[in-house]
Design a protein around this ligand. Sequence first.
Ligand code: GLU
Length: 484
Amino acid sequence: MTASGVRVRIAPSPTGEPHVGTAYIALFNYLFAKKHGGEFILRIEDTDATRSTPEFETKVLDALRWCGLEWKEGPDIGGPYGPYRQSDRKDMYQPYAQELLDKGHAFRCFCTPERLEQMREGQRAAGKPPKYDGLCLTLKAEEVTSRMADGETTVIRMKIPTEGSCDFTDGVYGDVSIPWDSVDMQVLIKADGMPTYHMANVIDDHLMKITHVARGEEWLASVPKHILLYRYFGWDQPVFMHLSLMRNADKSKLSKRKNPTSISYYSALGYIPEALMNFLGLFFIQISEGEELLTMEELSEKFDPENLSKAGAIFDIQKLDWLNGRWIREKLSEEDFRDRVLNWAMENDRLMAGLRLSQTRISKLGELPDLAGFLLKSDLGLQPSDFAKIKSPPEEILEILNTVQPDLEKILEWNVETIEAELRAIADRMGKKLKVVVAPLFVAVSGSSRSLPLFDSMAILGRSVVRQRLKLASQAVAALVGSK
Ligand code: GLU
């Protein structure tokens, strides 16, 4: 334990590509720990077994490491309060659930998914927010025992006060009051024995001695459930700080449909981590114009959690570009720059895999930039006319591009085989030859109709870059359709 005793954490769920929003929250926690001489730890919250994958976990760790946010304890390095992956802690939660049952703070619920759906349906029809109606709250102990003995499926839910409100002070939002009757009787332990996020999160924060919980504002409404659990267990609650979400320039929630949101997209395009951290860190400090270029050290000195705004952090890519350029020009020595470029080109085996694919396709080395340069480019500069050469009419191209985009999101593990299988399935479903489906993709992904094999190229580029290129391609083709 450090002198200050401050312990903060980032607790990502490995259910998708690491998001810049995760880096933003992680950076806040990291700077908070640095400022207070405390500790910053990493915990993997993978209680949602249907959506969490080891591949995404590796990616989260890699992405946060790339950001330069070093953690003191975590699933990769261990620590005194491990394990740091919730699925590895599964058995630790049961006794706490039992304690809540014994103390009468929780109850077993036997309601089937069908009944719950019916109940919600009725609530929706009556214009009420969906909430458990408490049917199992009054079951007699003997009935619970006998239904369990019969092997009926059961979950454990927490009891919620029926009157008054939960009042607390949030580090960003100030005094908050949420009426108890708007709080659901949250499931704590699911039918498969796994805890829910709320249960595991509170127990782990307590056992891991977390003093300050800084996370996205989407969790603010969950605080009453968490505070109640701390009370039920008789534990001190941490200080809560809910940070406003990052937003697009039009103030909408940052989403990958509008802006690239994956950390891997920014690293693939050659943003340097210091610049990205500098950009995100500016949301947490007050500075005058001209003082923007800051190292992590300088950010932590200026860091001021008291000064956070609720307005939302605007993800202004032009500002990021400007800062990235300044970092490259003003902060990197010649050697450092050279090393960064080489490392960047080698990232994800991009250069090596590109060369392997190119060798059989060139007669002079000088043809390489034209053939494989798209693997490194940040912008292909696609024009509507690039698609005019494809045999299919623009309407068909647009249909293909718009069908492929959401379907590629469904691929769990992004590799040559899964990409090929998905594109074949799409072609089948659309009743088109594979050749017809891949032709516009070639142009969208590589900028040319003659280049390296498509599936390999997509695998090398990574999902986040492919997503963005397909989006830009759709826009270009839409212009073609519109101009007809
Ligand atoms: N696993 C949650 C998330 O990914 C963590 C929220 C929290 O920090 O409590 O958003």
